[in-house]
Design a protein around this ligand. Structure first.
Ligand SMILES: [Zn+2]
Length: 280
């Protein structure tokens, strides 16, 4: 009886791990299944859990480095640079995005980000464009939670630029270490379409408790606005469909209109990053 309960708990834990890994990394669930299958053959009795965990770590790392990138290109997506080997002008705000295989996009998105970084470097030498979530490596329509979009390799979130210790813009020092959830707050008189009526929006997290824990940073408004304007200017040749930004930042940065829009109150806040959609 007791053994049956333990087996049931283990089975449930395995299913939860499978679901979470698939939701967070797309390929992790399949790799966990493969690791478990090998562990069953290799260690038919005892310590199968440890063997599965060890095999998963090894297989996930190897697959992420050498198997997933070439397979993703068959479906039309490429890994954005992770900045590990090359000295890139485009890189992730955190290696977390690469480690979880959330850094895949169409070659057009990759080319647009490189061109953006090159053009930005003319005004700000050495500047690096930092991306957050892009898409998973495979399958159109596979949702990358918690995003409503990011399911086709054509969307990428970009970090704002903040003022570093020497007064220069840096995208790698956003208040949050992963770029998300450290918000630029509206100023007095700014448009705040999602407040004032007492309504609570399900997917719109203010995370007030977190804001007090994050370091204070000053937005580099000039560089951030230049990045946004680039998409409506030189970047439009890549097929920029739109950028999502909160209304108060659109006003503060002077980038209202053209391709910049507000996605509504029923989605995540976009005053910690900007969401860009690119398809030719
Ligand atoms: Zn986004």
């Amino acid at each position: 009886m007791r053994r049956g309960i333990i087996t049931a708990i283990r089975g449930l834990g395995f299913l939860v791990a499978l679901t979470v890994l698939t939701a967070v990394t797309q390929v992790g669930g399949v790799i966990l299944l493969a690791a478990w299958g090998i562990a069953c053959l290799w260690r038919p009795r005892g310590k199968r859990g440890y063997a599965t965990a060890g095999l998963f770590a090894a297989l996930y790392t190897a697959a992420s480095l050498w198997v997933v990138p070439p397979l993703a290109t068959l479906g039309g997506r490429q890994a954005l640079p992770c900045g590990l080997i090359e000295d890139n002008s485009v890189g992730p705000r955190s290696l977390f995005f690469c480690a979880l295989n959330r850094h895949y996009a169409t070659p057009t998105v990759g080319a647009a980000l490189t061109a953006l970084a090159d053009d930005m470097a003319r005004s700000y030498p050495g500047i690096q464009v930092a991306y957050l979530d892009a898409s998973f490596p495979f399958f159109d329509g596979f949702r990358m939670l918690p995003h409503l979009t990011h399911d086709d390799g054509r969307k990428v979130d970009l970090a704002f630029f903040y003022v570093d210790g020497e007064g220069r813009p840096s995208a790698m020092i956003s208040p949050s270490p992963i770029g998300y959830w450290g918000y630029e707050q509206p100023r007095l008189g700014d448009p705040t379409p999602c407040s004032g009526d007492g309504q609570r929006w399900l997917a719109r997290w203010d995370l007030n408790w977190l804001q007090t824990l994050l370091p204070e940073r000053t937005l580099h408004a000039e560089a951030t606005a230049a990045m946004i304007r680039w998409f409506a200017g030189p970047g439009s040749q890549y097929g920029v469909q739109g950028l999502i930004l909160e209304p108060h930042l659109q006003k503060r940065l002077g980038v209202e209109g053209s391709r910049v829009r507000f996605y509504g109150c029923g989605t995540a806040r976009h005053d910690d990053h900007i969401d860009v959609s690119i398809w030719p």
